[in-house]
Design a protein around this ligand. Sequence first.
Ligand code: CMP
Length: 140
Amino acid sequence: MRESTLVIIKPDAVKKQRIGAILSLYEAHGLVLEEAYICVPERALIEKHYEAHKDKDFYPSLVRFMTSDRVFVMKLSGENAVEVVREINGATDPAKARVCTIRYLYGDSVQFNAVHGSSSPEEAEAELALWFGKDQDEEE
Ligand code: CMP
């Protein structure tokens, strides 16, 4: 099924000048960049994005990190895009990520793990609406 997903290249990877390298990996796997922008996210946006984690110990530090510097936000499309992106990203903890995944290559720790990708088609729809600010269904 052709679908879209949200990817955020996090401040650690943007600082390390890895935007091009990371985008190349997605493109090499057939995903298409539909929309993108760079920004320093507002705190309220990150709080909403990570709402599911608000009771976790790492949440305050995660919000600080994600609002500390620029991120690169992308809408990627393709066959099974949500799952394909998750495979290419690798495990949340870079120490457990398969070789050649983005987190294996560019992640430093479970927090500084280079990229975020939506975890399901439903989450992708909600996250795309949050970050791209329009009804994503209407576009497709
Ligand atoms: P992400 O895919 O963006 O989704 C939630 C984020 O929380 C995750 O990547 C990590 O950056 C962060 N995270 C998850 N578990 C931990 C942890 N144990 N300590 C710190 N950060 C974490």
